[in-house]
Write a protein that binds this ligand. Structure first.
Ligand code: NAP
Length: 209
């Protein structure tokens, strides 16, 4: 596919770009200050900031280009109708790592039997939003409004624990992202499946598994 990559010089973008190219995609890197010119491309991928992603996604959709967005901390719902009206896809996932999606799925199942839970999410100190999109999505899935603890420290990549507590027992479900390449597999899957999704907004990698 011919792709635009918004945020190509960022931590995720710079890990993703070579993986996309190795998979046979032709990538136009778009950084802050560049014109968001994506016309004629097959799809746009965005890993930028919560301030930049809404405008990037809107610009791509207005140019007739579907989007895959990994940026967290923004609400994509207002762009649903723009994408749907134009027969385009806006795919947004708070976590593109398949292990993390499984962690959320297992947490949902555990919550059926162990309703008291708290979430600890740990990320690199450069992460701009807190709590993380993955933690918020997990909280919604397991219900009961669990407390979310956010840790921001150097040395971390992206990690999450869901701790379930009951009388005399604890269950911890934990996922660790140790390298940002882990997100690439999910992005490649989303690109491969993009055209099979209904026009408009789809949220979460779970929809593709
Ligand atoms: P990062 O290192 O700060 O990278 C963001 C990049 O976007 C920077 O190079 C930044 O440029 C650039 N940028 C800012 N505004 C832009 C614009 N208008 N157009 C094009 N590029 C722009 O952050 P990161 O760690 O890569 O994370 C990026 C986003 O992805 C965050 O929201 C993070 O939470 C999210 N994330 C999602 C997943 C997932 O699986 N869904 C995984 C990891 C991270 P400057 O540095 O010059 O400002």
């Amino acid at each position: 596919m011919k792709l635009a990559l918004f945020g190509a010089e960022g931590k995720v973008g710079s890990a993703l770009l070579p993986v996309l190219e190795r998979a046979g995609h032709e990538v136009r890197a778009i950084e802050i200050g560049d014109e968001p010119d994506v016309s004629g491309l097959d799809a746009a991928v965005d890993f930028t900031t919560p301030d930049a992603a809404p405008a990037n996604a809107r610009a791509a959709l207005e140019q007739g280009v579907s989007c895959v967005v990994g940026t967290t901390g923004w609400d994509p719902q207002p762009l649903h109708s723009l994408a749907a009206e134009r027969g385009l896809r806006l795919f947004v996932a708070p976590n593109f790592s398949i292990g993390a999606v499984l962690m959320m799925r297992f947490a949902k199942e555990a919550a059926t039997y162990l309703p008291r839970a708290e979430i600890i999410e740990l990320h690199n100190e450069a992460k701009k939003d807190a709590p993380s999109g993955t933690a918020k999505a997990t909280a919604e899935l397991i219900g009961g409004d669990p407390v979310i603890h956010s840790v921001r420290l150097p040395g971390l990549v992206a990690h999450q624990e869901v701790i379930f507590g009951a009388e005399g027992q604890l269950l911890t479900i934990r996922h660790d992202t140790t390298a940002r390449e882990s997100f690439a597999e999910g992005v490649l899957l989303a690109l491969a499946r993009l055209e099979t999704l209904p026009p408009g907004l789809t949220v979460g990698l779970d929809a593709l598994l």
